[in-house]
Write a protein that binds this ligand. Structure first.
Ligand SMILES: [Zn+2]
Length: 195
């Protein structure tokens, strides 16, 4: 396996936060992210099911996570464009801002586990620190290329490729199927040259 399950969860959360909280296009349609208080349910849905209460995500926490999501989008786009220098620079800004630091935590009855905390334990800073550290572990390893932006037309959602053969190109099977269907239509209705 590539990373321990905690890091994988954080990478999944990074992807989910970017895709929920940044504008652009998603699976063929324009996407406008929820703003302010309306983003709370999207944030809860993006994070692992740890019983996060949407009412506990105030406007300041939401805005902080939205800003983190936009920075993380910059990082995914830089990696996708092959510009690891830009990705690293942006990521270092994010790590410093969050005050990311490792800490061993333990849930009763379970083994000690390395977690990543921020300069305080608010939801927004904690998740910003955790997601930034997980992205740093990916970019600082030979797994940097696993971060990507969907290659389908009219979609800019991001993904982390956890597949064995590192062949993922799309954010979802919906986009993969769209591209396949378009290629099929192009072959049938194309120039007729049989190509
Ligand atoms: Zn897509």
């Amino acid at each position: 396996m590539m990373f321990d399950s905690h890091v994988v969860r954080l990478l999944d959360a990074s992807v989910a936060l970017v895709n929920a909280l940044t504008d652009g296009s998603a699976r063929g349609r324009p996407y406008t992210a929820p703003r302010g208080a309306e983003s709370a349910p999207a944030i809860v849905a993006a994070l692992p099911p740890a019983g996060t209460d949407p009412d506990a995500i105030g406007p300041a926490q939401a805005d902080h996570l939205i800003a983190t999501a936009w920075r993380m989008r910059e990082i995914f786009e830089a990696v996708d464009a092959g510009d690891l220098d830009a990705a690293a620079a942006t990521l270092n800004v994010l790590l410093r801002a969050a005050g990311a630091r490792p800490q061993l935590d333990r849930v009763a009855g379970e083994p000690w586990q390395l977690h990543f905390h921020g300069r305080d334990d608010t939801l927004a800073v904690g998740w910003s620190a955790g997601c930034a550290t997980a992205l740093a572990l990916a970019i600082g390893s030979d797994l940097a290329g696993r971060l990507g932006v969907c290659q389908a037309p009219r979609c800019d959602r991001v993904y982390v490729d956890g597949s064995r053969n590192a062949a993922k190109q799309f954010c979802s099977t919906a986009c993969q199927n769209r591209v396949k269907a378009a290629a099929f239509r192009a072959r049938r209705g194309g120039s007729g040259s049989g190509g």
